[in-house]
Design a protein around this ligand. Structure first.
Ligand code: ADP
Ligand code: MG
Length: 264
């Protein structure tokens, strides 16, 4: 299987500003993703997770090392990489349908089949009856479904998701997680998903990456072999959860299964 993403020796230092010292955000990150892989990236706040994602997305540039998508260096954003942020990056003055049209035009994919594709995608995401609504009239979960729908319509092979469900209530979050797994199984897109929740990472991903505090380096790259649909109550799930929590906060004693994840 060819690598869709090949990151090697990636280093990022934000220059000194306003009398503050330079911020060494990423140091020698090596990461390889095969087509169709689903990885979750975890690590303490400020360890460089968003910086890493932004470099892959082409919003930011590394100072050293390489970032190749399908063997080509990333030189800017492109329709081959769709982004979903925690804060919904939708256009508030456009309806659901106009947001979809705009995204397809921007990606150069608006053709004769586009209206049918938009309809099918909105139906798939349960948003077709809301096509004339504005984002402010949608729930948080619906907005994130719209952000995902845009990527599906453009058919980006790679989805970059930066804590996309972090602002949602627990029930909506669980539904969106299950939807995302279904979608991934159906489309086999490559997903790079940042999360603060070990449960979320273990429910979703085929691989979990753990980063150190700044400068971010990778300390764990763990394949998750739990069978799907995943059961968060099994001993195997909790063994993995303990292992990963210990890697994230080595100083944190993880006695039981209800360790407070808010420390990370
Ligand atoms: N544009 C920027 N200029 C200066 N420092 C930045 C910039 N973006 C991020 N940083 C700093 O780089 C470090 C990593 O940030 P970030 O990648 O957002 O971490 P994470 O997503 O893991 O919480 C933090 O210390 C943050 O303050
Ligand atoms: Mg972040």
């Amino acid at each position: 299987m060819p690598a869709i993403l090949d990151i090697s020796g990636l280093t990022k230092v934000f220059p000194a500003r306003h009398g503050r010292a330079p911020v060494h955000a990423l140091k020698h990150i090596n990461l390889m993703l095969d087509e169709g892989d689903f990885i979750a990236v975890m690590g303490p706040s400020g360890c460089g997770k968003s910086t890493l994602l932004n470099i892959v997305a082409g919003f930011d540039r590394q100072d050293d090392g390489t970032c190749l998508v399908r063997d080509r260096p990333v030189s800017g954003p492109g329709p081959d990489r769709g982004m979903v942020f925690q804060e919904y990056a939708l256009f508030p003055w456009m309806t659901v349908e106009r947001n979809m049209i705009f995204a397809m035009r921007a990606a150069g994919k608006y053709n004769a089949e586009a209206p049918a594709r938009i309809q099918a995608t909105l139906e798939r995401m349960g948003l077709w009856q809301f096509r004339q609504s504005y984002p402010k009239h949608l729930s948080g979960g619906m907005r994130q479904r719209l952000a995902i729908a845009r990527i599906l319509a453009i058919d980006s092979p790679m989805m970059l998701m930066d804590e996309p469900f972090g602002a949602l209530d627990a029930l909506t979050r669980a539904v969106l997680q299950a939807n995302l797994v279904e979608l991934w199984q159906e489309t086999r897109k490559t997903v790079l998903f940042i999360t603060h929740s070990v449960d979320e990472a273990l429910f979703l991903a085929e691989r979990v990456i753990v980063m150190t505090p700044r400068p971010g380096t990778i300390v764990l790259d763990r394949r998750i072999d739990l069978k799907r649909p995943r059961d968060v109550t099994t001993p195997e799930f909790n063994d993995l959860k303990r292992e990963i929590l210990t890697m994230i906060s080595p100083s944190l004693h993880v006695p039981g299964l209800h360790a407070d994840e808010s420390v990370i």
